[in-house]
Design a protein around this ligand. Structure first.
Ligand code: F6P
Length: 325
């Protein structure tokens, strides 16, 4: 009889997002409660290639529930796409006695998990990226906290924008996906939202800002997704040159959106996804991502997840426009 305990590896990979730590905690504690051992992989796929491993016990994940970032550190690894690097990674996993792997990360990281699964590794993914561009889950880990950070920042900007009768152009992250910008448009009451999915001209923005001015608004807030067709600095200059009523100021929120203590929603999501991923891995599942669909946590094939990207919700985009009047 083979009485070796199941040993799973867990890593965080790609851009960090708030909620990764509570997710690691959920993975580690669910595994131990199921008589499995856990090895933490440092620095994402780079650590898998280099064999940077450390055992993780229940006490090692104490006190991290409320912390942003990731105790396992993370990297963006381009070379993991190379077959030779994947071979080294699998060799290291075998030497360490790892029977399965949980990858917590964004779209690129899930591609890495899928590639390993294609070579026989039992691998599951947990979606984590503030961009919310991952197919197959309503929410990725980090999105809700990032949204709250954006909301807090824009509320503050609106105060000063009103005092000075200014237009503020606020850049949100999200790469090619306008999710954060659209949601910010609604929850922050922005006058306009610019997203990669819907190209607009400088003239259209100028018209919207000028109309807001003419309607008697004290300020204008324009949320510009970083992937939008117009660059924020060019837009600010053009608006000032065109005299739209308000003078403009630019705020790039940047990496502040990636930090901070995870919200209650985030911790709950991290706990649910982390727990389910371990249960699924121990039940023999592989090449799957755990995702939130409706109110439920479901398994979605990584082949499906990695074949497409999620875009901003057009219904909410229209809602943001209507509510801006
Ligand atoms: O994918 C998360 C994200 O924060 C994007 O929104 C942004 O474009 C990118 O990562 C920034 O990457 P880095 O932290 O490597 O500068």
């Amino acid at each position: 009889m083979n009485d070796k305990r199941f040993t799973l590896g867990v890593m965080t990979s790609g851009g960090d997002s708030p909620g990764m730590n509570p997710c690691i905690r959920a993975v580690v504690r669910t595994a131990h409660a199921s008589n499995a051992d856990v090895i933490g992989i440092l620095d994402g796929f780079e650590g898998l290639i280099n064999g940077q491993f450390q055992p993780l016990g229940n006490r090692d994940v104490g006190g991290i529930l409320q912390r942003g970032g990731t105790i396992l550190q993370t990297r963006r690894s381009q070379r993991f796409l190379e077959k030779g690097c994947q071979r080294e990674a699998i060799r290291n996993m075998n030497s360490a006695g790892m029977d399965g792997l949980i990858v917590i990360g964004g779209e690129g990281s899930l591609k890495g998990a899928h590639a390993l699964a294609g070579q026989g590794v039992k691998a599951l993914g947990i979606p984590a990226s503030i961009d919310n561009d991952i197919w197959g889950t309503n929410m990725a880990i980090g999105v809700d906290t990032a949204m709250n950070t954006i909301m807090d920042a824009v509320d503050k900007l609106r105060d000063t924008a009103s005092s000075h009768s200014r237009a503020f152009l606020v850049e949100t992250m999200g790469r090619g996906c306008g999710y954060l910008a659209v949601m910010a448009g609604i929850v922050c009451g922005a006058e306009m939202v610019l997203i990669p999915e819907v190209p607009v001209s400088v003239e259209e923005v100028a018209k919207a800002v000028n109309e807001a001015y003419m309607r008697g608004k004290k300020h204008a807030i324009i949320i510009v997704a970083e992937g939008a067709s117009i660059k924020i600095a060019d837009l600010a200059k053009a608006l000032d040159d065109m005299d739209v009523g308000f003078m403009t100021r630019v705020t790039i929120l940047g990496h502040i959106q990636r930090g901070g203590s995870p919200t209650a929603f985030e911790r709950m999501l991290a706990a649910r996804l982390g727990t389910r991923a371990v249960e699924a891995l121990l039940a023999g599942e592989t090449d799957m991502m755990v995702g939130l669909q409706g109110r439920d946590v479901e398994l979605i094939p990584l082949a499906e997840v990695t074949a497409q990207a999620r875009q901003a919700n057009m219904e909410y985009y229209e809602m943001a426009r209507r509510l801006a009047l």
